[in-house]
Design a protein around this ligand. Structure first.
Ligand SMILES: [Fe+2]
Length: 232
């Protein structure tokens, strides 16, 4: 199973995930680039879906469906661990409410498509208002191996790492992360995120100390995540 990242709009990313012959378009904003790539690689775009229903992610759906005759998979109807078969390999749906109530991520063999749930360097805004659900969603992603590649819904790397450096100025991993940042292919691993992404660092001593200094609750991991989201 392979994944190809497509940039569109100001900072959005969509993806083609594909096996030998069949592809799924996730957040298909870059319609022409995606269909050109599919044609060059003899791929049939069999499905179109989304990570969530914000318009910057769904804007390409109609055009892509019309151009390809693909089937539409409505992300609000997915169930946890639902599988989408691309030739012989399965892409697995992970329900990840938090940024929105309807948010989903997709797990491939060694990668995650994380939409606006988890970015490279930060996490999404909690528009659902349900920080507890957001915590459980991020824990589902963090259950994958540290080597798992993270393909997000936007390129927010530079501004996110500036914020991370302001929150945690002693964190030298932030400089290393920025050194290998490449706008032509924006990807990190879960292990990278655990080193630099302040909102995933709810078990890092330096972050716990910062929360305690500000009198935020730190008793449980979930409470520390909620405190990080509220403090920063
Ligand atoms: Fe969004």
């Amino acid at each position: 199973m392979q994944i190809k990242q497509f940039r569109y709009g100001a900072d959005n990313f969509g993806y083609l995930v594909f096996g030998a012959t069949r592809a799924i378009a996730i957040d298909a904003g870059a319609v022409a680039d995606m269909t050109d790539f599919a044609q060059e690689h003899d791929l049939t775009i069999a499905w179109v879906t989304n990570t969530h229903l914000h318009p910057d992610h769904t804007g390409g759906n109609a055009s892509m469906l019309e151009k390809t005759g693909a089937a539409f998979l409505d992300c609000t109807t997915f169930s946890q661990d639902q599988q989408i078969f691309l030739d012989k390999e399965a892409l697995t749906v992970i329900l990840t409410p938090g940024h929105t109530h309807d948010g989903v991520c997709f797990a491939g063999d060694d990668f995650l498509v994380t939409g606006d749930t988890l970015f490279n360097g930060t996490v999404g805004n909690c528009f659902s208002g349900d920080l507890e659900a957001f915590y459980h969603s991020l824990k589902k992603l963090l259950a994958f191996p540290g080597t798992t590649r993270v393909f997000a819904g936007h390129d927010y790397v530079k501004e996110s790492l500036e914020i991370a450096a302001a929150i945690d100025p002693g964190n030298l991993d932030i400089d290393r992360y920025l050194e290998i940042y490449d706008p032509a292919l924006v990807v990190s691993t879960l292990a990278d995120e655990l080193q630099v992404n302040p909102f995933l660092r709810f078990n890092a001593d330096s972050m716990i100390q910062k929360l305690k200094q500000r009198n935020f609750s730190c008793d449980t991991e979930k409470q520390r995540f909620i405190s990080l989201m509220e403090a920063f």
